[in-house]
Design a protein around this ligand. Structure first.
Ligand SMILES: NC(=O)c1ccc[n+]([C@@H]2O[C@H](COP(=O)([O-])OP(=O)(O)OC[C@H]3O[C@@H](n4cnc5c(N)ncnc54)[C@H](O)[C@@H]3O)[C@@H](O)[C@H]2O)c1
Length: 434
């Protein structure tokens, strides 16, 4: 087997940029390609748009030979292996949108030559690599498994969690032939210590979706438990922490204002859509979506309930939202439940502002662009604060000292002294002042 030493990575976002840099750090020759001119320019200027990739690491990779350019400027025929890390969004009706993947396949097809290997990394439904992706590549006249190798190797990076980028985290790969699987695994072993070889791209595609559907379904399950606890007068956080003392057969998931980001609210629909082709309705996915997408509305109801307790209506109230990124300690606000929470509160007649130490400006679910407000100003202004994302960089002591009324959707008040009926917690009810 010839050794692959020259790699191209198409799509330089949360997944593609760390991949390209890791290959450079392993001593390979790397071309990074992105269709967005602004992304190409900022990367070439040494500025990383990704939380987990520091500017210094990017600049070191550029000094060590990382070349970054647009699809039009690239010479893909020179690469031994080409990775595709472009987005896989869904449409407004939650059907897969393969346009970026197929457009990347077109870019590759133009320069595809015998002996190359193409590895799809974007999360997608089983059958994408060997179906629509392969069809575009084979319009070159070359055949997968005969003239070029074709594999799927999903990504497990978890932005905001540096441990997830460790070389020790196993990664999966499956290709259209056993030799191609070995070839792709050998290449990935340059940057990963534990590559697991599967029998097909489809198995690797479904394994990745299983991981994300598992999270989505379990988050929905605890969100539903949170709603039940509110009715029963129990504290869901106490209940979950108690169950989590069991050292086997239980995994801790926590409730919140909904799900966000590029993966959890999106990827399950790739599987649900594909399942329907087999006359199979994936009810777990539909149910989980139903519960998780309803959570922002519940948060709006909690804000109304909290204000009602003070004899105030939501209409005309001033509501400050803390945290709009989709999860703590990142600047990524894609598909954040904060968008629905803010739009829902505004729709019911309140004035809404937000503070997020990682996000300066934010577009809510109805498209209104909003600028962030400094924390002190927000705390002084708002009738009620609603906590959506508990970033470590927020001074929570100050929040619970200064805000007279807080709706806490993520248990950020844990460990802070609060007064009687100061804090209404999702899944737990009013603080008692204990
Ligand atoms: N973000 C994550 O945590 C994560 C984790 C695992 C898997 N994934 C999956 O990886 C894939 C990429 O996600 P991401 O978060 O890195 O996306 P991203 O939006 O951060 O980056 C994608 C990049 O691809 C570029 N691009 C889009 N179409 C292109 C094209 N046709 N040619 C060249 N460049 C193009 C965009 O300009 C962008 O810079 C998705 O399928 C996602 O589901 C993401």
């Amino acid at each position: 087997m010839t050794e692959d030493r020259r790699v191209a990575v198409i799509g330089l976002g949360y997944v593609g940029l760390p991949l390209a840099i890791s290959f450079v750090e392993a001593g390979l020759s790397v071309d990074g390609i992105d269709a967005f001119a602004g992304r190409v320019a900022e990367l070439n200027a040494g500025t990383s748009p990704i939380d987990d990739v520091g500017d210094e690491r990017l600049q070191a990779a550029l000094r060590d030979g990382l070349r970054i350019c647009s699809p039009a400027e690239t010479d893909l025929a020179a690469a031994d292996a080409i990775f595709v890390c472009v987005p896989t969004p869904i449409t407004t009706t939650k059907d897969p949108d393969l346009a970026p993947v197929l457009s990347a396949a077109e870019t590759i097809r133009a320069g595809l030559r015998k002996g190359q290997m193409v590895v799809l990394q974007s999360t997608t439904f089983p059958g994408t690599t060997t179906g629509p992706f392969r069809e575009v590549l084979e319009r070159s006249g070359l055949r997968a498994g005969v003239d070029f190798d074709l594999a799927f190797a999903p990504e497990r990076v978890n932005p905001g969690d540096p441990a997830s980028a460790s070389k020790a985290i196993p990664r999966l790969v499956g290709a259209t032939t056993p030799d191609a699987t070995k070839r792709a695994a050998a290449l990935l072993r340059n940057i990963n210590d534990n590559v697991v070889e599967l029998s097909s791209p489809d198995a690797a595609e479904l394994a990745k979706l299983l991981e994300n559907v598992f999270r989505n379904v379990n988050i929905a399950f605890v969100n539903q438990l949170a709603l039940l606890c509110e009715r029963m007068g129990l504290d869901v956080w106490e209940v979950i922490n108690a169950a989590a003392t069991k050292p086997f057969g239980f995994m801790r998931f926590t409730p919140g204002p909904g799900v966000g980001g590029h993966c959890i609210p999106v990827d399950p629909y790739y599987l649900a859509w594909r399942a329907r082709e087999f006359d199979f309705i994936d009810r777990f996915i539909e149910l989980a979506g139903d519960i998780n997408f309803a959570m922002p509305r519940h948060v709006v109801d909690l804000v109304a309930e909290a204000l009602n307790d003070r004899g105030k209506a939501l209409k005309g109230a001033k509501v400050g939202v803390l945290g709009v990124a989709f999860k703590p300690n990142v600047r990524d606000a894609r598909n954040s439940p904060a968008a629905d929470v803010i739009a829902g509160i505004a729709e019911r007649g309140a004035d809404v502002r937000f503070h997020d130490p990682h996000v300066d400006a934010f577009r809510d679910a109805v498209g209104t662009q909003r600028e962030g407000t400094p924390l002190d100003e927000l705390l002084g202004w708002a009738d009620a604060i609603v906590v959506v994302t508990a970033h470590a960089a927020i001074d929570w002591g100050r929040v619970y000292d200064q805000a007279s009324l807080v709706v806490d959707t993520v248990n950020s008040s844990r460990g802070h002294r609060t007064t009687d009926r100061q804090v209404l917690r999702l899944g737990a009810g009013w603080s008692t002042g204990a």
